[in-house]
Design a protein around this ligand. Structure first.
Ligand code: NI
Length: 264
């Protein structure tokens, strides 16, 4: 499978679970009268040795991506690495992992038990990063218990391995001159901007400004499988405007962007 096919499959699964993102992409593509480029995609995992971020990064490394920088998110107990490719047509890839040892023994046990269920065969497959849920469905109670300690842990336990967000490159847009205009456009169309730490994260002098819309609730079927689906926040869409050829990420900004799935 070539890397472009993997990105296409990631988009398919992401948009199937979150119909909202298809509408957002259409809004931008129609306004720009072209297919707008993507700035980066983001993936989430745990630092468990079987599935940590180096495991998730495998297909990207095979395709010639290189790790550029490690970022730490102390408060959220996350580490991340982003990867880029010398071919500018290939989007940046941002992979974060939750540091399990920083959580309660109970959370660690819940996650370790889920990870233990994943067959080696699944992890070894080329597109494990887009596998979906590789363990038995969790209960709503487990979801709530995980969420009480970490929204991130609850999200990964629920959705498994799917892209967390795609990101519209505002640099590739011709009709927006700043991120304020982007946010107004989104609000005009009824979308809620993540305003944790302000609607725009980062600054021109930092080289990167980002905003995101809050993840909309999507119906999730928890265990038991004959129970009613529960609506919980799925994936979101991000918007990035880069300045002065800055190619990286700003930890303080990403820290707030993570909260786009805290839609409750
Ligand atoms: Ni992002």
């Amino acid at each position: 499978m070539i890397i472009n096919q993997l990105f296409a499959n990631m988009w398919d699964l992401y948009s199937k679970i979150n119909p909202q993102v298809v509408k957002v992409k259409k809004l931008f593509d129609e306004r720009e009268n072209k297919i707008v480029a993507n700035d980066h995609i983001a993936l989430r995992t745990f630092n468990h040795p079987r599935i940590n971020r180096s495991v998730i990064a495998r297909p990207f490394l095979e395709a010639g991506y290189t790790p550029v920088e490690d970022l730490k998110f102390e408060k959220k107990k996350l580490d991340a690495t982003y990867y880029s490719h010398h071919n500018d047509d290939l989007t940046r890839v941002f992979i974060s992992e939750l540091k399990l040892e920083d959580f309660s023994p109970k959370l660690q046990k819940t996650i370790n038990d889920l990870v233990d269920q994943i067959p080696n065969k699944a992890i070894e497959q080329y597109d494990f990063c887009n596998y979906g849920i590789p363990w038995t469905t969790i209960t709503e109670q487990t979801y709530n218990e995980l969420k009480a300690e970490s929204e991130y842990a609850a999200w990964v336990a629920t959705f498994g391995f799917i892209v967390n967000h795609f990101t519209i490159s505002i640099n590739d847009c011709d009709t927006f001159s700043n991120l304020e205009e982007v946010n107004s456009f989104l609000k005009e169309h009824g979308y809620r901007i993540n305003d944790s730490g302000g609607e725009i994260k980062g600054s021109i002098s930092q080289g990167l400004q980002q905003s995101s819309i809050m993840a909309e609730d999507v119906p999730v079927q928890f265990e038991p499988l004959d129970s009613l689906p529960v609506n919980i926040p799925g994936c979101y869409y991000e918007f990035a405007l880069r300045h002065n050829d800055f190619d990286g990420f700003i930890a303080g900004s990403a820290d707030k962007i993570f909260e786009s799935t805290d839609n409750k």
